[in-house]
Design a binder for this molecule. Structure first.
Ligand code: BGC
Length: 925
């Protein structure tokens, strides 16, 4: 099939997403900007728009990011050029600190100190000021309650004060991935305050559309903004390196605040202003078997066109279980309404979404989803706080919605919050959390599948299964123990079997599997666009939090259909996203990748993104399954959570993504839930995911994850418990085709059976059968013509050259042209992993004052920058110590200037170390 990807339309869709995801918290006639406004922009981030956070979720190579000032200039806004010049000059003298190494970029940058006279002068030529505060975030660490992290720095505070002093209208924009402290900002009484989030490479255009009034803001908060971090009920244990107890239980975000602590809320969940006003009125409700169908009329009562989000919250009876006083159970976004225009919207509310899970048996229906008897009240409006009661119904007897069995429950005793009635009001009390009574070994033993008899190679190719000539069982019968042991291991990063610079290959990862016609599927990070470490450019999307703030499921679907088509063009089958962990605490380092504190919103947005990808035959890998809610010691922390909280909060989004979004690829987490690492967790991967939800795709671990048996030490590359739990693929191995003794031994001593491995193989193969990778093998490849990409072109058909690095290597670079803004990439197949001395030799005929920097990226991460001056043509060498712990390592040299004659790059092994021991040395076990 021939597909066309129109880059302009892709950009338009991303810009629309940004504009719809921006949340306006305050506006005292400062916005929109008018044609007569002159604007001074403060804050160095105006020159370095944060398109996303850092780490795997943000490493998308782009040739151009449109920042906020670029967007404003393009939109014709009169910007104070003199001030912009001052920032540019200072920025040149104080370069942006990229940091170095994995997660090494600082989360904020030094701010330009502001001279009072500079602000005064700016105020004499402009009537409005925009102040931009920026923060990034990322993997391996959480934000901290420190200046430059959650709090403002002194320079930022000073900037705000000075700007406030001299300007009548001050607009503050937060170019951040997640929540930051607002107190110092609000103290300066800004006239307008907007979370503009991180909008990907077109973020500035979307932001300008809102600021200029081309689009009226319609984004809504996906999280509650409380006064202080300590107000969030998860704060007590968040960040604990060993054991994070989820004592707040189901009371996450607004569920806590609306039930017990309304006065601690600065801006409620779902809140966001528009340039216009709306009247939302309940029309009617109808109850069918499993649904309540609500009809609502929305009228634009103001003077601007705009969209509104209709939100439906349920207040279930407290019953015996105790409930949150509000739970989001429906939302929809109107189309753009002109002043006075009315639209009627219909929302379907599923009973399952207002049901609770009884994990203690207090209702007499243990391990069931149920509606307790009493009155169910529905509040319909445009945030969680303001709506009036719209509709209610009564049920006289408890209704069981679904029976389950105990799964994933805690194994240690601890207490949790519960809603209790006291003197006719709801207060919180504590109760003991029910612990697991499951005999896990028995549960697994009862479900060992039947072995398919081994036939050896019968000449059946995977294509024969696709065409219906042979069954999958016939195909699997041919796989030897060795084949089965290969197929459960993914290869990466940067496997030469798939698109260069991607996270992994899976499926056809050995010669014998390839000979049987199993293609190698390709995974690439994710979530906000493709990460292609060799330097290939891709579209950088708005981050997850921004997408959630749109509350627009259709838009998310449309955007990801473009991404899906771009994936086909790059031969990528699985995007490693959407990331969909719950924003349990505002300091979580990866909140920017995830959607919301609410599981319903999270699930709906993820399902929409998946629908977009599936429409063109690729998929997303929903991650991290589940309760991956802190980065501190993420490989070893144990999340101790009740079964009820897991089901109602931490699993629910995934459940929606599986059931509604037909998710077919899942990544488990690094850490443990209730004592067992998720990568080897049978209850999670088999009982809940497959038996209860009917998932029939394949699951993978997070990269180099730990796995254990209950009570045993977690270890990397520990495949037997993983395979047993039906977590199908270990990500990643440096060579998946090598013989693995662990699996051989487990098969010998019976801890793992061939039948179990065959089940993993079936999951993987059934998935791979319907990928573009498979289409390529049978010669039915889709082609994608990308049109209108212009200077952003980055896809390359040139295969990346692999060099064998056996202790030392010298590569001749004399043919490589050093052209400003370009990259030179190559990849290494490394014989011995360890530390290498990397030396680049180059010369330049430029003047001795010329500065010609070359930045070295290894696996997409900046590891150092060398700057040459003119050398009178003489070769000059620079060296750095480079840790190489991936057998396939993509190296990229980025040239920031012209004028360098490259000679060579050399590698020399200086220290051998066991790779993972050193790579993860800083962690507490
Ligand atoms: C992250 C995953 C990511 C993987 C591959 C891990 O560090 O936790 O989300 O997909 O790396 O880059």
């Amino acid at each position: 099939m021939k597909r066309v990807l129109d880059w302009n339309k892709y950009i338009e869709k991303a810009v629309q997403t940004v504009a719809e995801g921006i949340v306006m918290l305050e506006n005292n006639n400062a916005l929109p900007l008018g044609v007569d406004d002159a604007v001074s922009v403060f804050g160095r981030i105006q020159l370095h728009y944060y398109k996303s956070g850092t780490g795997s979720g943000g490493m998308v190579n782009v040739s151009k990011v449109t920042g906020i000032v670029d967007g404003l200039i393009e939109a014709g806004v009169n910007i104070d050029q003199e001030l912009l010049g001052i920032y540019r000059k200072w920025d040149e003298e104080n370069p942006f600190d990229q940091g170095s190494g994995w997660g090494g970029e600082p989360w904020s940058q030094k701010e330009m100190p502001l001279d009072d006279d500079v602000v005064k002068k700016a105020a004499s030529s402009s009537n409005k000021a925009i102040v931009i505060i920026g923060r990034t975030a990322g993997e391996e660490q959480d934000a901290r309650i420190e200046a430059g992290s959650y709090l403002l720095t002194d320079n930022e505070k000073d900037m705000l004060k000075k700007v406030r002093k001299h300007f009548n209208k001050v607009i503050v924009l937060l170019n951040v991935g997640g929540l930051i402290d607002l107190q110092d900002i609000l103290d300066c009484k800004p006239d307008a305050l907007l979370y503009v989030w991180q909008g990907g490479m077109t973020g500035g255009t979307g932001t300008a559309d809102v600021l200029t009034g081309k689009v009226s803001p319609s984004g809504k908060l996906p999280d509650t903004i409380a006064y202080k971090v300590t107000d969030y009920p998860s704060d007590k244990y968040f960040g604990d390196k060993k054991c994070d107890r989820y004592t707040e239980d189901i009371f996450v975000g607004y569920r806590w605040f609306e039930t017990f602590a309304k006065d601690r809320v600065l801006y409620p969940f779902g809140y966001g202003l528009s340039y216009t006003t709306f009247d939302i009125s309940f029309d009617k409700a109808e109850r069918t078997g499993n649904e309540i169908i609500v009809t609502v009329k929305v009228k634009n009562t103001g003077n601007y066109k705009g969209k509104e989000v209709v939100q439906v919250y349920c207040e279930a009876p407290q019953g015996k279980l105790g409930k949150a006083s509000r739970v989001l159970c429906g939302f929809t976004k109107t189309s753009e309404l002109a002043p006075n225009e009315t639209e009627t919207v219909t929302l379907k509310i599923s009973k399952r979404d207002i049901a609770s899970y009884d994990d203690s048996g207090i209702t007499g229906n243990r391990f069931c989803w149920l509606l307790e008897s009493g009155s169910y009240k529905f509040y319909i409006g445009n945030d969680v706080r303001s709506p009036e009661l719209a509709y209610s119904f009564n049920i006289t007897e408890d209704q069981i919605i679904e029976k389950c069995s105990q799964a994933l429950a805690p194994v240690i005793e601890f207490e949790r919050f519960k809603a209790c009635e006291k003197n006719n009001s709801i207060v919180y009390c504590m109760e003991n959390v029910p612990v697991s009574e499951v005999d896990e070994a028995k549960r697994i033993a009862e479900r060992i599948p039947k072995e398919i008899e081994y036939t050896g190679d019968k000449g059946i190719k995977l294509a024969d299964v696709l065409s219906g000539k042979k069954s999958m069982n016939d195909f699997i019968a041919q796989l030897s123990d060795y084949d089965l042991s290969c197929i459960i291991r993914g290869e990466g990063m940067g496997s030469p079997r798939v698109t260069a610079g991607t996270a992994s290959a899976f499926g056809g990862v050995s010669n014998s599997l390839t000979a049987l016609g199993v293609p190698a599927g390709c995974c690439s990070d994710g979530p906000s666009g493709m990460r292609l470490d060799c330097g290939t450019k891709a579209f950088s999307l708005p981050n997850g939090t921004l997408i959630a703030s749109t509350f627009n499921t259709e838009l998310a679907k449309e955007l990801f259909e473009f991404t899906g088509t771009e994936m086909i063009a790059n031969k990528v089958d699985c995007l490693l996203g959407p990331g969909m962990n719950i924003h349990r605490h505002p300091l979580n380092g990866r909140n920017f990748e995830y959607f919301s504190e609410d599981p319903f919103l999270t699930g709906k947005m993820a399902a929409s993104e998946l629908k977009g990808l599936h429409k063109v035959g690729v998929t997303g890998t929903i991650k991290h399954f589940c309760a991956n809610n802190q980065e501190t010691n993420r490989h070893f922390v144990d999340s101790v959570v009740s079964e009820r909280a897991l089901r109602e909060i931490y699993l629910k989004g995934f459940e929606i993504a599986v059931k509604e979004g037909n998710a077919d690829s899942i990544m488990t987490t690094y850490g443990a839930i209730n004592g067992l690492w998720t990568a080897g967790n049978y209850d999670l991967n088999t009982i809940i995911l497959r038996e209860e939800w009917g998932f029939d795709g394949f699951t993978m671990t997070d990269w180099w994850a730990n796995v254990n048996y209950r009570g045993g030490e977690p270890k990397r590359n520990f495949y037997a418990p993983m395979a047993k739990a039906q977590n199908d693929v270990y990500m990643v191995c440096s060579d998946s085709s090598c013989v693995d003794e662990d699996i051989e031994n487990a098969l010998k001593d019976g801890t793992l059976t061939r039948a179990e491995l065959q089940r993993n193989a079936a999951n993987i193969l059934n998935f791979i059968l319907h990928t573009h990778a498979m289409k390529r093998i049978i010669g039915d490849e889709d082609t994608v013509e990308i049109i209108n990409r212009g200077s952003d072109s980055g896809e390359s058909d040139e295969p990346v050259v692999f060099y064998d690095l056996v202790k030392t290597l010298k590569i001749d670079l004399s043919d490589v042209k050093c052209v400003k803004g370009t990259n030179h990439s190559f990849a290494l197949t490394v014989d011995t992993e360890g530390f290498f001395k990397m030396t680049i030799t180059a010369s330049s005929e430029q003047s001795p004052l010329a500065q010609i920097p070359v930045t070295v990226f290894a696996m997409g991460t900046a590891v150092g920058t060398f700057t040459w001056n003119g050398t009178n043509g003489k070769p000059v060498s620079f060296s750095l110590e480079l840790p190489i712990f991936s057998r396939f390592t993509a190296i990229r040299l980025y040239f920031a200037q012209n004028g360098l004659d490259l000679h060579s790059v050399e590698f020399e092994l200086t220290k051998t170390v066991d790779n993972m021991d050193i790579a993860f040395a800083s962690e507490d076990k």
